[in-house]
Write a protein that binds this ligand. Structure first.
Ligand SMILES: [Fe+2]
Ligand SMILES: [Fe+2]
Length: 188
């Protein structure tokens, strides 16, 4: 089996285990890039005529399966580690207060959008203005959220998390996805 740079290995599409092990903070960067693509897909779907059921299913899978895991990666691991390491001048609590609120609002908007996505997945081809607005509202919210995390949280994580923190983060992210991780071998 292929071995990662930190002796972490497992299986998964596009070698997700290797990417997590190599740099868990970069994994968040990549996830955010994927989320921006999904936001663009949502906006595209909202204006399509007829609406594409395959695209709706793809977005729905991301919204139902991947986004909740990503929020847990942040709430239960990344944010907690940052709380331990941040300096007072980082004013982290102010940012986390906003992001926690964002996550709650995002869950509600995701559910609202999911109802529309399910309808399109089931064959609905023409969206009402209200349905299109629900999709756009979800995408707009997610984009604003990503801007804050990319501008403040991820640079702070790079500056403050220790090597042990990063290994802990990698183990937790991978475990949440059912990946098998093997700790570093001690030096011979
Ligand atoms: Fe995020
Ligand atoms: Fe987030």
């Amino acid at each position: 089996m292929e071995q990662g740079p930190h002796g972490i290995r497992g299986s998964g599409e596009d070698r997700i285990d290797i990417r997590i092990a190599a740099d868990p903070i970069e994994f968040f960067v990549e996830e955010h890039m994927r989320q921006r693509v999904v936001c663009a897909d949502i906006d595209r779907l909202a204006t399509q005529e007829p609406a594409d059921s395959d695209l709706a299913r793809k977005i729905l899978a991301h919204t139902r399966d991947e986004l909740p895991l990503h929020m847990l990666d942040e709430e239960e691991d990344l944010f907690l580690l940052l709380r331990r390491r941040a300096h007072p001048e980082d004013e982290l609590e102010k940012t986390l207060f906003r992001l926690d609120g964002d996550h709650e609002a995002g869950k509600a908007l995701a559910e609202s959008a999911a109802v529309v996505l399910e309808a399109v997945s089931a064959g609905k081809t023409h969206l009402t203005k209200a349905e299109a607005a629900r999709l756009h509202a979800f995408a707009d919210h997610e984009r604003r959220h990503l801007i804050v995390e990319n501008a403040i949280i991820l640079p702070l994580a790079r500056a403050r998390l220790t090597e042990t923190d990063r290994k802990t983060l990698a183990l937790r992210i991978a475990a949440r996805r059912g990946l098998c991780l093997i700790p570093d071998e001690p030096d011979a």
